[in-house]
Design a protein around this ligand. Structure first.
Ligand SMILES: CC(C)(COP(=O)(O)OP(=O)(O)OC[C@H]1O[C@@H](n2cnc3c(N)ncnc32)[C@H](O)[C@@H]1OP(=O)(O)O)[C@@H](O)C(=O)NCCC(=O)NCCS
Length: 183
């Protein structure tokens, strides 16, 4: 079953047309602090990046892999507020592993409203309903306490630090399908 909205948010696939709105979110050093720093600073560069993202996720779907990179909007007003991700964790060489992560980025103006937690619930539901996995993963850079707090609010279990993905040491959280289903 597809998930396209939640109580206060709607979810749509990224397209290059999101570039201008998305730049407001992802050219902010505070948003990118634990995401490798700002990478795209012009609408043109962001459009190119979003073309790459749209093509990548279309290719996944064509292979029967229902991963998502969502552009997330606020229902009230329709503003783009951030990004939701359901995708394989990459190993240190950038190669997809069998471990599936959920992830969230919000523009700074949208922090402190519970939107990331609401988005996280929707991503988890989407993951367990569409993918044959028993576990979903969250990884955060060390020090990204806001993101760790989202994982905790989603009922995830802390597994310690790991060097298995992104070529980086990360804090690792998991949620078991059985725990999700029993709620
Ligand atoms: C990580 C990130 C998404 C977390 O955002 P956030 O606003 O802290 O998290 P939520 O949207 O779940 O909001 C929770 C806060 O809203 C408050 N809140 C207000 N209304 C709420 C509601 N209706 N429901 C739940 N919480 C609500 C909570 O009390 C909490 O406040 P607190 O931070 O003072 O404890 C955000 O910091 C971000 O985008 N960071 C940059 C990108 C990034 O690092 N992403 C993670 C990569 S691993």
């Amino acid at each position: 079953m597809d998930v396209t909205d939640s109580e206060r948010l709607t979810f749509e696939d990224y397209t290059p047309d999101h570039a201008e709105e998305d730049l407001v979110i992802h050219a902010d050093p505070e948003v990118m602090r634990f995401l490798g720093g700002v990478q795209h600073t012009t609408v043109e560069a962001m459009r190119e990046h979003l073309t790459y993202i749209a093509n990548k996720y279309r290719a996944y779907r064509e292979r029967g892999l229902p991963y998502v990179a969502w552009a997330v909007r606020e229902k009230a007003g329709g503003a783009l507020v951030g990004t939701g991700l359901l995708k394989p964790l990459p190993d240190g060489d950038g190669v997809d592993t069998e471990h599936i992560e959920v992830g969230w980025h919000l523009g700074r103006a949208w922090w402190g409203r519970g939107y990331a937690t609401e988005l996280g619930h929707a991503l988890v539901a989407r993951g367990f309903r569409t993918l044959p996995v028993d576990t979903l993963h969250v990884v955060t850079e060390i020090g990204n306490v806001r993101s760790e707090a989202v994982a905790k609010r989603l009922g995830m279990t802390y597994q310690g630090r790991s060097d298995a993905w992104y070529g980086n040491t990360v804090e690792h959280y998991t949620l078991a399908r059985a725990a999700w289903a029993s709620r």
